[in-house]
Design a protein around this ligand. Structure first.
Ligand code: SF4
Ligand code: SF4
Length: 303
């Protein structure tokens, strides 16, 4: 396959976090020295793989836990951003770690997918981190889970964040059916694309995950996405290009940005462009009502 660009969603063995969210299995687990070593070795192997590829790569780190609090991930982002064959590098983070490493990062290529957990940090503290990102010129999005009991905090966060920062809200699935039209209206007022974040029926539908995007684990296991268990192969045992081809989706539903971003019928790249992996809308598209309307219409029309 003549591959020009591949998006890689990397998830190493790391399973530790600085926070204690009650709904999360990785809460407040501090990594042991053995875990630290294993995750660092897997990360180094992955970075060397990226460095050796003849095509362009974009990387999104999607850890089971908080990775950006560790120097090895901060340095990985710096290192990747300097590679000529890396287009974008992004990471999901709770923003609890230091940010001084961004001084050395290639900010044209770096994006942070930051999640605000109102039960774990104060709005004031989180906003201070956002102010620091702005002062350092780092692109980022802010997200939160649309729990009904957190609605006032979510609205306050929207009011406090600079207008150029996209605050996305993920529907909290267990509460979804109980949400009143008023709840939904409040969430849409915070996140104009709230309705895009829904469950899509995708079985048999085209999806470019497995064609121009893959999910990779620390041991090199390659899957088309994080949601389909069956491996395609191993990054370190074969040329990844031999694993890539168009395939219809085999799953009933897809309900996460990192998945349905690759469903061509939805056309998320039209709005997110280079910020697709970090969930940062392109500034021009974000201020173009026609582009946002078209995305919403496509999302509503999709089964
Ligand atoms: S910040 Fe994320 S990884 Fe950490 S406990 Fe909360 S949900 Fe889990
Ligand atoms: S639609 Fe979602 S679940 Fe299906 S292949 Fe694409 S990313 Fe994976």
């Amino acid at each position: 396959m003549d591959l020009k660009h591949l998006s890689v969603l990397y998830r190493g063995p790391l399973e530790s976090c600085t926070y204690a969210c009650p709904y999360c299995p990785f809460a407040k687990h501090h990594e042991t020295p053995a875990e630290h070593r294993a995750d660092g070795e897997a990360l180094e192997r992955f970075l060397r793989w990226v460095e050796a590829q003849p095509f362009t790569v974009s990387v999104l780190f999607t850890p089971w836990g908080e990775a950006l609090a560790h120097a090895r991930y901060q340095q990985a982002i710096v290192r990747l951003g300097r590679l000529p064959n890396v287009r974008q590098v992004a990471i999901q983070t709770n923003l609890s770690g230091r940010l001084d490493w961004t001084r050395d990062a290639n900010l044209d290529k770096t994006g942070l997918w930051c999640t605000y957990h109102p039960g774990e940090t104060s709005a004031e503290r989180f906003l201070k981190r956002c102010t620091e990102l702005d002062a350092r010129g780092v692109r980022y999005s802010v997200g939160t889970v649309g729990l009904k009991r957190h609605l006032p905090e979510i609205e306050a966060m929207r009011a406090a964040l600079p207008a150029h920062v996209y605050l996305w809200v993920n529907a909290y699935r267990p509460e979804e059916r109980r949400a009143t039209p008023e709840d939904v209206a409040r969430l849409v007022a915070v996140d104009p694309l709230f309705e895009v974040n829904r469950r899509y029926r995708v079985r048999g539908q085209p999806c470019t995950a497995g064609e121009d995007a893959v999910s990779v684990e620390g041991d090199g296991t390659v899957r088309r996405c994080h949601f389909i268990e069956r491996p395609l192969g191993n990054l370190y045992e074969q040329d990844v290009r031999t694993l890539l081809r168009p395939r219809p989706c085999s799953r009933a539903a897809c309900d996460c940005h990192i998945g349905y971003a690759h469903v061509p019928a939805l056309g998320l790249p039209d709005v997110f462009r280079d910020g697709l992996l970090a969930r940062i809308p392109d500034p021009a598209a974000w201020t173009d009502p026609a582009a946002l309307h078209a995305l919403l219409e496509r999302a509503r029309a999709h089964p």
